[in-house]
Design a protein around this ligand. Structure first.
Ligand code: CP
Length: 312
């Protein structure tokens, strides 16, 4: 595997290999940081974020530095992109400085695949438009595996703006490949047209989805899109699709709760659900555990792509 631009078509064995390596990286990161092997010593990794990020960018940076790589931070606003330079010319110029890999976030769907076709360096998709966010899904899947052990018979609901969510798409590809049962829950206006071909169960009512699910991946409501006629109002969305204590208690359903962040408190998730890391209650939130796991999963991916793939 030279690039990681999406989870569509990635076999179960490869996903499992990444998760197993991430478990080793997590142990070293939390318990023996000095013993992390510097397997990327001498490598240069460009963190090319054409769109804002907190979790993905910093966790890639920590992962890369822990492994001994040099990170080069690129933001569109402080680069010659602001003078009209194209993304292709930008990549070609950075490539000429002998970098080894590009971690790319861009608002255009398909941009990571496009870049992987014009460079012989490694390309990792850190989120491209509404297409895929494979490393986020892998850290979500890693977090779920830590709780459930395996995915056989586990029901995982993805709740929220499925239509515009790259996180949802990558999770659907990854989780169904691992044989989890995946359900999506959202207003009909936020369902993709091709949803039936993705092998997921569709819920248009949250109470039914809660009755079914063992875990919920709650998605950020993309507030910038609510003016596009997708939703009657934020209040309506929150009332019908917000994950709250009241709903969980009504159904008396214990549930593991994930969210990729950033969260809109009291819109798609209530603060008491988002912040409850210990029972008692009907939910356990693993939002910050996901963030820690992001470093481990991205360490495993960088190590596999830049080190293992280059050796083979
Ligand atoms: N989950 C996620 O991609 O967060 P950031 O936008 O902060 O990277």
């Amino acid at each position: 595997m030279k690039h990681l631009t999406g989870l569509s078509g990635i076999p179960a064995a490869t996903i499992t290999e990444i998760l197993d390596k991430a478990a080793l990286h997590k142990k070293l990161f939390l318990e023996a940081e000095n013993e992390i092997p510097r397997t990327l010593q001498g490598k240069r990794i460009v963190l090319a974020f054409f769109e804002n990020s907190t979790r993905t960018r910093f966790s890639f940076e920590i992962a890369a530095r822990n492994l001994g790589a040099v990170t080069l931070n690129f933001t569109a606003s402080s680069s010659s992109v602001s003078k009209g330079e194209s993304i292709v010319d930008t990549i070609k110029n950075l490539e000429a400085m002998q970098v080894d890999a590009f971690v790319i976030r861009h608002s255009s769907s398909g941009s990571a695949d496009q870049i992987s076709r014009i460079t012989d360096k490694h390309v990792i998709n850190a989120g491209d438009g509404t297409h895929e966010h494979p490393t986020q899904a892998l850290l979500d899947i890693f977090t779920l595996r830590n709780y459930f052990g395996s995915f056989q018979g586990i029901n995982i609901m993805i709740l929220g703006d499925i239509l515009h969510s790259r996180v949802a798409r990558s999770n659907i590809f990854g989780l169904t490949t691992l044989d989890a049962n995946v359900g999506v829950c959202c207003p009909a206006s936020l369902l993709p047209g091709d949803i039936t071909s993705l092998g997921v169960r569709v819920f248009t009512g949250l109470d039914d989805a809660i009755r079914w699910a063992d875990a919920a991946i709650v998605l950020r409501l993309q507030l910038e899109r609510t003016t596009g006629g997708y939703l009657p109002s934020l209040e309506d969305y929150s009332l019908n699709f917000g994950l709250t204590d009241e709903r969980l208690e009504k159904i008396r359903k214990h549930m593991l709760v994930l969210h990729p962040g950033p969260i809109n408190r009291e819109i798609e998730i209530s603060s008491n659900v988002a912040d409850r890391i210990q029972p008692p209650g009907y939910s356990k939130s693993v939002l910050l555990e996901q963030v820690t796991n992001g470093v481990a999963v991205r360490s495993a991916i960088l190590d596999m792509l830049l080190n293992q793939a280059d050796r083979n």
